[in-house]
Design a protein around this ligand. Structure first.
Ligand code: MG
Length: 372
C-alpha cells in the first residue's frame, strides 16, 4: 500500500445524554476521523476518539491533531506499507500518544482489508457472526432516573447493564437496581475513583453478585488492585490501568484483576490490542471491548475487534441510537436482543455518510505524499 493522501476531519456531535466529568458535562463529543487513500484510489477510515479536555487521558483533540500532523503522518507518507502491523513498529519511536496512533493505524487496517476484499473482522483473525454487547448507565442524579434509564435500555433489547459509580454514589444505587431488576446481570465501573482505604465500601459491593467491578482504584495502582482482588469474590476488571503490553504483563503477574477491558484507542491501535488480547488468552484472562463514545467509524472497528476469540464477555458497544440522533455511517449500528451482527462487507463494513459528516465537521486538513 502506498498512501497517497490522508485527510483529518475534526467533528463535533451532540450526545443524546451528556457525559459527566470532573471538568463538567460534555454535551458535544468531538472526535478526529481519518481518511487514508492509496495510489489505487482505495479508501480506509479510522477514528481517534479523543475528548476536547484531558479528563479521561492526557490526549485531547488538540494533541491528536498536532501529533498526527507533525509526526505520524509524515512517517506514513514516507514509505510503502505491506501489512498494517508494520504501522505499529513505524510509530514506536514516538512516545505514547496512543489515541493519535490508533486513529491512523485503524484506517490503514480498513484500507488493507478493503484491498483484500475481506471484512475487517476476518482480516484481524476474528470469526464471530454476532457479538454480544451491554449498555453503560452514566451517573444519574437520582435512583429514580437510574431505574427509568435502565428500563428504557431493556426495552431496546439490552440484556446487561454497567453502572458508573463513585464514592458516595454506589451502594444505594446498586441495591436499588438489584432490587428492581433481580435477574439483570449488572457490573459497576468506578473509573479509578476509590482508594484502598475505601475497602469497606468495596467489600459491601462484593455482596451484590456483580459480574465485575471495573477499575475501582487509580490507573497506576496495580499493587493495591492485587490486594483488593485477593479479598473480593467479584472479579476486578482493569480498564484505565492497561495502556501498554507491559501493563498487562504486570497486572497478570501481580494477579491485579481477573478480567481486562480493551480499548484499541488507549492501546495505540488494532495491532497492539491484538497482542494484548493474545497474551490474555494464554493467561486465561477474558477480555471485552470498551468504548470511548466513538462515532460509527470507531464503533465499526470495535465490532470487528470484538470478533477475536478471547472477547468472551459482552462489550460496551451500544447501537448508534444510544449516543446520536444520527450517526455517520450507513447503515447505523443496531442492537437486537443484546447482540450486534458483524458486517460481511469488505473493511469496516459500513459506508461513511459524507453528507452527515459535512454537517458535523469543525475542520478538515489534507496531507499529500510527495512522490518520488
Ligand atoms: Mg471503564
Amino acid at each position: 500500500m502506498k498512501i497517497k493522501e490522508i485527510t483529518l476531519y475534526h467533528v463535533g456531535m451532540r450526545l443524546k445524554t451528556p457525559v459527566v466529568t470532573n471538568f463538567g458535562s460534555i454535551i458535544d463529543k468531538d472526535s478526529v476521523l481519518v481518511k487514508v487513500r492509496d495510489t489505487d484510489g482505495v479508501i480506509g477510515w479510522g477514528e481517534a476518539p479523543a475528548f476536547s479536555i484531558p479528563w479521561y487521558s492526557e490526549e485531547t483533540i488538540g494533541t491528536v491533531l498536532h501529533i498526527m500532523e507533525d509526526f505520524l503522518i509524515p512517517l506514513l507518507l514516507r514509505q510503502e506499507i505491506k501489512k498494517p502491523d508494520e504501522v505499529f513498529n513505524l510509530f514506536v519511536p514516538i512516545q505514547r500518544n496512543n489515541i493519535a496512533k490508533a486513529g491512523l493505524e485503524s484506517a490503514i487496517w480498513d484500507l488493507y482489508a478493503k484491498r483484500h476484499h475481506l471484512p475487517l473482522a476476518k482480516a484481524l483473525g476474528g470469526n464471530k457472526k454476532i457479538i454480544e454487547v451491554g449498555v453503560v448507565v452514566g451517573i444519574q442524579t437520582t435512583i429514580q432516573d437510574t431505574l427509568q434509564l435502565i428500563e428504557s435500555y431493556m426495552a431496546e433489547g439490552y440484556r446487561r447493564v454497567k453502572l458508573k459509580i463513585k464514592p458516595g454514589h454506589d451502594i444505594r444505587f446498586v441495591k436499588a437496581v438489584k432490587e428492581a431488576f433481580p435477574h439483570l446481570p449488572i457490573s459497576v465501573d468506578a473509573n479509578g475513583s476509590y482508594r484502598f482505604s475505601d475497602l469497606a465500601t468495596l467489600q459491601e459491593l462484593d455482596r451484590y453478585g456483580l459480574s465485575m467491578i471495573e477499575q475501582p482504584l487509580a490507573a497506576g495502582d496495580l499493587i493495591d488492585h492485587a490486594k483488593l482482588q485477593a479479598v473480593l469474590k467479584t472479579p476486578v476488571c482493569l480498564d484505565e490501568s492497561v495502556a501498554t503490553f507491559e501493563d498487562i504483563r504486570n497486572a497478570a503477574e501481580f494477579s491485579s484483576c481477573r478480567i481486562i477491558s480493551l480499548k484499541m484507542s488507549r492501546l495505540g491501535g488494532l495491532t497492539a490490542t491484538k497482542r494484548v488480547h493474545d497474551f490474555c488468552r494464554e493467561r486465561n484472562i477474558p477480555v471485552w471491548c470498551g468504548g470511548m463514545f466513538e462515532t460509527g467509524i470507531g464503533r465499526a472497528h470495535n465490532i470487528a475487534l470484538s470478533t477475536l476469540d478471547n472477547f468472551t464477555l459482552p462489550g460496551d458497544l451500544s447501537g448508534s441510537s444510544r449516543y446520536w440522533e444520527r450517526d455517520l455511517i450507513e447503515p447505523e449500528v443496531f442492537v437486537k436482543q443484546g447482540e450486534i451482527e458483524v458486517p460481511v462487507q469488505p473493511g469496516i463494513g459500513y459506508e461513511v455518510d459524507l453528507m452527515q459528516l459535512e454537517k458535523v465537521m469543525r475542520g478538515k486538513k489534507t496531507f499529500n505524499a510527495m512522490f518520488r
